[in-house]
Design a protein around this ligand. Structure first.
Ligand code: 2HA
Ligand code: ZN
Length: 278
């Protein structure tokens, strides 16, 4: 007689704990008004095996894109319409764990999304983004999207294209070139939740871990929530410095391009070429 396998409670897992903490931080910083923002995180198969019965699929979501590259993989992802500030009250409503079907056309729900909830409206960006980042970095796991206030304000300056945006960040805060030597990607404004913004963002994720969505927010990616969040925090803090310094009447003092390069060299980093003017 075989005994039924006992699964651990995913609601008490470190995956849920870390996502709730990220939602709390974003909400407290004012980056998550109403249902703003969304997150997704890969759950390695070895962890998934501890928490989920692979045969207990609660529901399935048909996709309008094929993500065969991710078939069989497990993702923890936020629900459409979920409020970050309320996520901790009922995590099994605002979050769900889905497995990508073998044919890559469906998401199979294994945990969460209670009361009929469904994945975020930006799920196409998340899945297309994961496909790209995994090819670049086998340790990649997390995509965060949030409406970081100062980053949005900085993006209102339309003169800041991708290179100018990166240059401004690198020149205003010594840490920036160390944290993102590849710079930040920037896509033109596009309607949120569309195939268009998802494809453009995924394309940029070929070269960048951080993407600016002008007049909307920011995307950060990485091998952990800490890493993705750390990237976003560094841009957001520097955007705050940018805005605060705009009112200064004295001649501004920026890092020279040599100082930026010297800082990168100290950490054996090679900043993306073609951004600085040295
Ligand atoms: O999840 O942030 O971009 C709501 C949004 C859409
Ligand atoms: Zn958004």
């Amino acid at each position: 007689m075989s005994r039924a396998k006992v699964y651990e409670d995913f609601g008490k897992s470190v995956f849920i704990e870390e996502m709730l903490e990220a939602a709390r931080l974003m909400s407290e910083r004012g980056w998550a008004e109403r249902n703003a923002g969304n997150m997704s995180c890969i759950i390695p198969g070895s962890d998934a095996a501890r928490y989920f019965d692979p045969d207990q699929v609660k529901r399935a979501f048909k996709l309008d894109l094929n993500i065969k590259e991710l078939s069989g993989m497990f993702f923890l992802i936020t629900a459409t319409g979920s409020y970050f500030r309320k996520l901790k009250i009922d995590p099994a409503k605002g979050l769900g764990v889905v497995r990508v079907s073998l044919d890559g056309n469906r998401l199979e729900l294994l945990w969460g999304f209670e009361n009929g909830a469904a994945p975020t409206s930006e799920m196409r960006m998340h899945f297309m983004g994961h496909i790209v980042r995994l090819k670049k970095d086998p340790n990649h796991k997390v995509i965060l999207h949030t409406h970081a206030t100062n980053t949005i304000v900085m993006s209102i300056n339309g003169a800041l294209d991708e290179k100018a945006f990166t240059r401004a960040l690198w020149r205003m805060h010594s840490e920036c070139v160390v944290v993102f030597p590849e710079g930040v990607g920037l896509v033109p404004w596009m309607v949120p939740g569309t195939q268009e913004i998802s494809a453009a963002t995924a394309q940029k994720l070929e070269d960048f871990r951080l993407i600016i969505w002008p007049l909307h927010g920011i995307i950060g990616t990485g091998s952990s929530i800490d890493e993705a969040m750390g990237l976003i925090e560094t841009v957001e803090k520097t955007a705050e410095i940018y805005i605060k310094s705009m009112g200064l009447t004295e001649l501004p003092q920026f890092l020279t391009d040599k100082q930026v390069l010297d800082t990168a060299a100290r950490f054996d980093l090679k900043p993306k070429q073609g951004i600085l003017e040295l």
